[in-house]
Write a protein that binds this ligand. Structure first.
Ligand code: SF4
Ligand code: SF4
Length: 359
């Protein structure tokens, strides 16, 4: 079980940033792009880290608020030689350890510890197929979306086995509650490692990355299995025949390297794919990551509006994606943006597009 390093372990990295101040991380940071205030960029957060290490800054609500306004999207890390996400997460741990946790995150952590889940599980599907599927808290709270994904999988002869499951604990680890994360890992492992599945299919990109990186489990996002099956079966579909752009979820794309399969599926469905300016490895976040939507929904929406603007900028009317957080975040923002600029870009999940084309 990997344990996060302490902030002091990153002293040299933080000083390296403070000395170079190259700023390659800054302009594309979705939070900086909205706030236009150095402190919210990764470079600015590195200065906060130095202040905490040298004790020229004391933990405070203001510092917690700055550290909370990070999507953990990894775009800064893609442009920097440092382990930026580990460093930012270690600062969040430092704030929790030094008595300045974020109340809303603390509440979520307590709920996961008590109930084993982050959200109300309105969907409790039972399946006893041969492919172990981890559904995750977000899909369990969305019965329609989950039913659509399961129906697509089953129509492609991918029959899931769904067990009782507990939250993977991503948000607990990401918001700095490392001791609680260890407890949650213990609960989670009881279910999943006992099953000994050679491979676990997943639906949520964030759960996929967490199961792989924090538990060392053999995971495959179900959309990859769908791409493989469409290819293998030479599956006939009803071509959808419109233009759309694809938004890469940070965890599925930049962190797990799944860029090609969703695009391969879109082509298979007869969709003309138009790429946005920032795509694949350098895609920008939808605004829903890292717990930002819980602490600052207005910031989250402004970031998502920028992503919707990217889509409008390439002249498409539909954004598709394959993440249960990106999809509603972008859709809400697209509605707000339409009221401001008079152009609505629709957001449709890849599972819904598959559902229509396989009908
Ligand atoms: S975080 Fe990395 S890219 Fe940003 S200023 Fe520091 S060294 Fe440069
Ligand atoms: S992880 Fe994303 S939001 Fe956070 S500082 Fe880096 S680029 Fe900005």
């Amino acid at each position: 079980m990997m344990k996060g390093k302490s902030l002091n372990d990153y002293t040299e990295d933080i000083y390296t940033c403070n000395r170079t101040r190259c700023g390659f991380c800054r302009e594309q940071c979705p939070v900086y792009h909205v706030k236009v205030y150095e402190t919210y960029s990764c470079r600015g957060k590195m200065l906060v880290g130095r202040g905490l290490i040298e004790k020229t800054l004391s933990p405070s609500v203001e510092i917690t608020q700055i550290l909370d306004r990070c999507l953990l999207c990894g775009l800064c890390e893609a442009r920097c030689a440092l382990n930026n996400l580990d460093i930012i997460t270690s600062m969040r741990r430092e704030m929790v350890h030094r008595g300045c946790p974020t109340p809303v995150h603390k509440g979520n952590v307590e709920r996961i510890l008590e109930e084993g889940r982050l959200l109300d599980a309105r969907a409790a599907p039972e399946r006893d197929g041969q492919f172990t599927l981890y559904v995750g808290c977000v899909y369990r709270s969305k019965p329609r979306e989950l039913a659509t994904a399961l129906s697509v999988l089953e129509r492609l002869d991918i029959h899931p086995l769904i067990a009782d499951e507990t939250c993977c604990g991503y948000i607990v680890e990401a918001t700095g509650f490392d001791k609680e994360f260890e407890m949650i890992q213990g609960q989670f492992k009881k279910t999943y490692q006992q099953m000994g599945a050679p491979e676990i299919l997943t639906l949520c990109p964030t759960c996929t990355a967490t199961l792989k990186e924090k538990y060392g489990l053999p995971v495959k996002h179900a959309i990859v299995a769908v791409a493989e099956q469409l290819r293998k079966k030479q599956q006939a579909v009803k071509p959808l025949g419109f233009r759309a752009t694809y938004h890469d979820p940070c965890h599925l794309g930049r962190m797990l390297g799944v860029f090609d399969e969703p695009r391969e599926i879109l082509r298979h469905l007869g969709i003309q794919l138009v790429e946005m300016e920032n795509y694949r490895y350098f895609s920008t976040c939808c605004g829903g990551g890292g717990g930002v939507n819980a602490v600052d929904p207005d910031l989250s929406i402004e970031i998502a509006k920028n992503r919707a603007r990217d889509a409008i900028g390439v002249g498409v009317e539909i954004i598709t994606t394959v993440c249960p957080t990106c999809e509603p975040t972008l859709l809400r923002a697209a509605g707000r943006l339409a009221g401001e600029v008079g152009t609505f870009v629709d957001v449709q999940g890849l599972w819904d597009l598959l559902d229509k084309a396989l009908d």
